[in-house]
Design a protein around this ligand. Structure first.
Ligand code: PEP
Ligand code: MG
Length: 311
């Protein structure tokens, strides 16, 4: 089976009834873009840029970031690179940037909120992203969008940076990982080119269970029907607005997650590099029609255990 997976890992993944599902990689380090391609990834669906900022004494310069992102664009050789802007706060702190102590960091200045509060850091990163985009297909993605006004503010900054550079526009998307973003998905969808569902945080914020909690984390299952119903709502809003939806949280690489997410209408799965071949192989064995039926049954379940018992 492994040999078969490896042989076919460079071909696109189509369901038995002909639906193409893009399988791309989650990466968080400089050399992983090349490894993602070698593993059969059709691009990068999530570059976590935090690695550039943590464990050092000062923020990376614009040129340093251009070198890293540009190197990835070259390694991808025409395949898309989705660069997520800095997602710190929460459990990830940056000692050289002033961050107030917070009683509930995961409900505090995290993700896009942090960037909007540290505009110099954000502008520098946006400049680097637009400059790297001149070398190949780069898309820009904002994390932790909870409010339409956050997206508007981030977009306005990105546009001002773009004009300053005289750079070409890039596609802009957002992570859907906060329940309020799902509630506002119709309005958000009209303002972006794509959604990527971050099921790790969406699960944590929907079930109000810390994803790292020593006992609760086990119960914080992204296949809980409460989460699946929000994913369903997100895809419907995106379809109505004519934009595509991907998923980049952990369940995108889980075998049952692959079936249910594609059955709900997710068309791009961004997974860890070692999962790429297996996810592609699985997609080829399944009919989208069957996955749709499975997803409908999952939506009607009472709890995550019942969803997991469906197969
Ligand atoms: C997520 O929240 O599902 C996600 C992909 O982002 P991260 O794990 O980096 O928070
Ligand atoms: Mg997240």
């Amino acid at each position: 089976r492994r040999a078969l997976e490896r042989r076919d890992c460079y071909k696109p993944a189509l369901t038995t009834d002909g639906q193409r599902i893009e399988v791309v990689a989650n990466i968080s380090d400089g050399d992983e873009a090349a490894r993602a391609v070698a593993a059969g990834g059709e691009g990068v669906g999530l570059l976590r840029t935090e690695f550039l900022f943590v464990n050092r004494d000062a923020a990376p310069s614009e040129d340093e970031q251009v070198a890293i992102y540009g190197g990835m664009v070259q390694a991808l050789n025409g395949l898309p690179l989705i660069i997520r802007t800095l997602d710190v706060g929460g459990d990830k702190t940056i000692p050289y940037l002033s961050q107030p102590a917070e009683a509930n960091p995961f409900l505090g200045e995290r993700g896009i909120r942090f960037c909007l509060a540290h505009e110099d850091v954000f502008r520098t990163q946006l400049r680097a992203i637009y400059r790297a985009a001149s070398q190949g297909p780069v898309r820009l993605m904002f994390p932790m969008i909870a409010l339409v006004e956050e997206l508007e503010a981030a977009r306005a900054l990105a546009e001002s940076v773009r004009q300053e550079l005289g750079a070409a526009p890039v596609e802009i998307g957002i992570m859907i990982e906060v329940p309020s973003a799902v509630a506002m998905a119709p309005e958000l969808a009209r303002r972006v080119d794509f959604f990527s569902i971050g099921t790790n945080d969406l699960t944590q914020y929907t079930l109000a269970m810390d994803r790292m909690h020593p006992t609760l984390a086990r119960k914080a299952d992204g296949l809980h029907p409460a989460v699946l119903r929000l994913i369903d709502q997100t895809v419907r809003a995106a379809d109505a607005a004519g934009i595509w939806v991907g998923a980049c949280g952990g369940i995108a690489g889980d075998p049952l997650g692959v079936s249910v997410l594609t059955g709900l209408g997710v068309r791009e799965l961004s997974v860890s590099i070692p999962s790429i071949a297996a996810v592609k192989a699985q997609i080829r064995t399944q009919a989208l029609a069957d996955n749709r039926a499975l997803a409908q049954r999952a939506l009607a379940c009472l709890d995550a255990a019942a969803v997991r018992a469906l197969v």
